[in-house]
Design a protein around this ligand. Structure first.
Ligand code: UDP
Ligand code: MG
Length: 308
């Protein structure tokens, strides 16, 4: 049986050999279970020596493979490429920075042996992360689970061990706007959750700024929920009803009191409020339209420059 390990890498020159070392500490376990292993490093257009580091490893050990992109396409594309290239009966994906501890693999494997199709991991705390980041992350998961039918677990990592049929299910979702946390939840299958304590990045720096995470969360919402569109319609209905009541009020008032032009300030407030809401709703529709536009163009999710 073959196990494919997918490692998305963007500027991870220091972590590439380090990750290999840590992963291969599981060698006794692989032999015990007679598992063949292939390690696919997906280089996401790194600007440092990531590619040459992987090539060095490949020379030492031909179980190491490389897929190198023509530019930076983002982690989601790297994951998809890894899935497409993986030949394994089982596939696991891990970050290069060792925040997904390879020492957890034997435990995860034991659940596969129990018959689970997919073993996912979540970190139970966010130790070592800025508190404001954790706060927004928690808010995002709460909101997401309210407005989306897809289960998206707080603290879930992309570290997952999957059987071939789950991988094929994920590959069948060829969408351009990829939000893996949602995709994994959407495909379903028997999933076992394994918890672990947060580990800080081994070397190098995180590629996610607060702003890029914020944009990513918006993408997740647009990709896996249509609730904002429904909210836009509800706001429309609400303001129609409100306008109806106000019209009645004005008509009745003008019958009983003679009161022509007062209230223009409040009029301006109301006009501003309602035009603001209208622009907001158009913006929401615009977000979905933009995503649809990209989807319809049907561009490739990644382009390969080099492969080993
Ligand atoms: N990564 C990638 N492409 C990108 C950004 C990140 O392939 O555009 C990889 C990165 O090399 C790492 C993983 O995705 O292996 C997670 O990234 P990072 O550790 O920066 O994210 P964090 O753990 O801070 O959420
Ligand atoms: Mg990391």
């Amino acid at each position: 049986m073959l196990l494919s390990v997918i490692v998305p890498c963007y500027n991870e020159e220091e972590n590439v050999p380090y990750f290999y070392e840590e992963l291969m500490k599981n060698e006794p376990f692989f032999t015990e279970k007679s598992l063949d292993v292939e390690v696919i490093y997906v280089d996401d257009g790194s600007k440092d020596a990531t590619v040459s580091e992987v090539k060095k490893l490949h020379e030492k050990d031909n179980r190491v493979r490389l897929v190198s992109f023509s530019r930076n396409f983002g982690k989601e594309s790297a994951i998809y490429a890894g899935f497409q290239k993986a030949k394994g009966d089982y596939v696991v994906m891990m970050d290069a920075d060792l925040q997904d501890p390879p020492s957890l693999l034997p435990t995860m494997w034991s659940y596969i042996e129990e018959g689970y199709d997919s073993v996912a991991t979540r970190r139970v705390n966010r130790k070592g992360e800025p508190p404001i980041r954790s706060f927004f992350a928690r808010m995002f998961y709460k909101l997401m689970n309210k407005i989306s039918k897809t289960d998206i677990v707080d603290g879930a990592r992309d570290y997952r061990l999957m059987s071939r049929r789950v991988v094929d299910a994920i590959l069948s979702m060829g969408e351009y706007n990829r939000f893996s946390k949602g995709i994994f939840g959407w495909v379903g299958y028997e999933t076992k959750w394994v918890e672990f304590e947060n580990v800080e990045r081994a070397k190098g720096e995180t590629k996610w700024s607060f702003w890029s995470l914020f944009m990513y969360s918006l993408e997740g919402i647009v990709a896996f929920s249509t609730a904002p569109l429904a909210i836009a319609s509800f706001m429309g209905i609400f303001f129609c009803v409100l306008a109806g009541i106000l019209i009645l009020f004005v008509i009745i008032r003008s019958f009983f009191w003679d009161d022509p032009t007062t209230g223009w300030q409040s009029m301006i407030c109301i006009i501003s409020l309602i035009s603001g809401v209208q622009l907001l709703c158009i913006g929401i529709i615009g977000q979905y339209l933009a995503k649809t536009y990209l989807e319809v163009k049907n561009r490739p999710i990644y382009l390969i420059k080099d492969e080993l």
